[in-house]
Design a protein around this ligand. Structure first.
Ligand code: F6P
Length: 382
C-alpha cells in the first residue's frame, strides 16, 4: 500500500532540504593543524573527491591557519592536485603547531613575543575568499580552535588526527596504528641486540599524557615492562621483574616507557625546545639509569621520537582517513556544523565538537588490553 512508516520521516526530510538550502555550499576549505600523522593526505584526497561530486570548489589552507594571513596561502585542490597521495606521509598542505590564531605568536620591535587573538581575521579571511565551510583536520589543540571558530559562526566539521589516539568521542584516530607498527618494529629489533649483549634496553615512545602507543606496541612487541602515564610506576617493581627474568635464564629485557610516564609521587619530565615551548621527554633515560644502578645490569636507553609520525599510513589508517574525509563532506552537505567525525564502530558519526575536546582519552585501567598485558606477565610497574 506504500504507507509511510511514521509521521516523522517527511518532516525530517523537509528539515534536511531546508538546512541544505540555507547552507548553499559552493566552496569549502580544508586545513591540517598540529603535529602531522600518517593519513592526512588520504583525508585531503577523500575530501576533494567527495566534494567534487557535489560540484563544490575545494581550497587548501597551507600551514594550519597561517595560509589565511599570507598572500599565497590558499591552493586550489582538484582531483589532479590530490592524485596519488593516499599512501603518502606528511601533508601536502603543510602544518604547524605554533600557529594558533587564538594566541598567535607575534614578535615586537624589541624582540619580545606576545600572543595575539587573530580569530576575527580568520573569520573575515574565510568570508573574503568565499569559503562557505571548513574541514579542520587536527588534534585536540586544532579542534579546540575549530570549536571556537564554530562558536563565532564558521560552518565547519572537524576531523580527528593524532598518533596519540587521545581524543575522546572516537574509538581511534588515524595515524595511531601506523605509529604502533613503527614502534612494534623497533621493539622487535631491540630484542635481538638486547639478547646478544645480555642488556636491558629501555625505549621511550610518544603519546603525550596517554599510554596508548606504549601499551599497544609494548604488548604487540612482547616487552617485559610497559610504563604508561595512567599507572605511575614504582622502580622497585620494575627491577623485580627484570631480576626475575635473569633468574629464569632470560638474560635480557626490553622496557617500554611512554614519554608521559612518571614514578609514583613524581611528575612527568619535560624538556625545553625552541621558542620557549616544552615537550615531554627524557623518562627512558631516568628509568635506564635507575635500573642499572639498582640491578647492576648493563642498560641502554633510546628515544624513538618522530619516526613514529613519519612514513605513509598503513592500510587501516588509510581506510579510516578516507572514511573520515568522505564523512566530513557528507556532514557538511547535511548541515551538521560544529561537529567532529568520529569512529563509533561500525560507523563514522558526527559528534559535537565540544564533547570531543572536553577531555583527554586515557587508557582505561579496567579495559581488556591492560588485562591482556597482565595476563601475559608483563609488568606495568605497579
Ligand atoms: O601529538 C603528537 C606528538 O607526536 C606527541 O606524541 C609528542 O609529544 C609531540 O607530538 C611532539 O611534538 P613536536 O612535533 O612539536 O616535537
Amino acid at each position: 500500500m506504500g504507507a509511510r512508516p511514521s509521521g516523522r520521516a517527511p518532516f525530517f526530510v523537509l528539515r534536511q532540504c531546508y538546512d541544505r538550502r540555507m547552507t548553499k555550499i559552493r566552496r569549502i576549505a580544508v586545513n591540517t593543524g598540529g603535529g602531522d600523522a600518517p593519513g592526512l593526505n588520504a583525508v585531503i584526497r577523500a575530501v576533494v573527491l567527495a566534494a567534487e561530486r557535489h560540484r563544490w570548489d575545494v581550497v587548501g589552507i597551507t600551514d594550519g591557519y597561517d595560509g589565511l594571513f599570507g598572500n599565497e596561502g590558499l591552493v586550489r585542490l582538484d582531483r589532479r592536485a590530490v592524485r596519488g597521495i593516499t599512501h603518502q606521509g606528511g601533508t601536502i598542505l603543510g602544518t604547524t603547531n605554533r600557529g594558533n590564531p587564538l594566541k598567535y605568536p607575534t614578535t615586537g620591535p624589541d624582540g619580545t613575543i606576545t600572543y595575539v587573538d587573530r580569530s576575527r581575521e580568520v573569520v573575515a579571511a574565510l568570508a573574503e575568499h568565499g569559503i562557505d565551510a571548513l574541514i579542520a583536520i587536527g588534534g585536540d589543540g586544532s579542534l579546540a580552535i575549530a570549536h571556537t571558530l564554530a562558536q563565532m559562526g564558521v560552518k565547519l566539521v572537524g576531523v580527528p588526527k593524532t598518533i596519540d589516539n587521545d581524543l575522546a568521542a572516537t574509538s581511534f584516530t588515524f595515524g595511531f596504528t601506523t605509529a604502533v607498527e613503527t614502534a612494534t618494529d623497533a621493539i622487535d629489533k631491540l630484542h635481538s641486540t638486547a639478547e646478544a649483549h645480555e642488556r636491558v634496553m629501555v625505549v621511550e615512545l610518544m603519546g603525550r599524557h596517554a599510554g596508548w602507543i606504549a601499551l599497544f606496541a609494548g604488548l604487540a612487541g612482547t616487552a617485559d615492562v610497559i610504563l604508561i602515564p595512567e599507572i605511575p610506576y614504582e622502580i622497585d617493581s620494575v627491577c623485580r621483574k627484570i631480576e626475575a627474568r635473569y633468574a629464569e635464564g632470560r638474560k635480557f629485557a626490553v622496557v617500554v616507557v611512554a614519554e608521559g610516564a612518571y614514578p609514583k609521587g613524581g611528575q612527568p619530565l619535560f624538556k625545553q625546545t625552541g621558542g620557549g615551548q616544552r615537550r615531554l621527554g627524557g623518562m627512558a633515560g631516568v628509568v635506564a639509569h635507575e635500573i642499572q644502578a639498582r640491578t647492576g645490569r648493563e642498560t641502554r636507553d633510546l628515544v624513538l621520537g618522530h619516526l613514529q609520525r613519519g612514513g605513509g599510513p598503513n592500510s587501516y589508517d588509510r581506510l579510516l582517513a578516507l572514511r573520515f574525509g568522505a564523512a566530513a563532506v557528507r556532514f557538511i552537505a547535511e548541515g551538521q556544523f560544529g561537529t567532529m567525525v568520529a569512529l563509533v564502530p561500525p560507523d563514522v558519526r558526527a559528534v559535537p565538537l565540544g564533547e570531543a575536546i572536553a577531555k583527554t582519552k586515557l587508557v582505561p585501567l579496567d579495559g581488556d588490553v591492560i588485562a591482556t598485558a597482565r595476563a601475559m606477565g608483563i609488568s606495568l610497574g605497579d
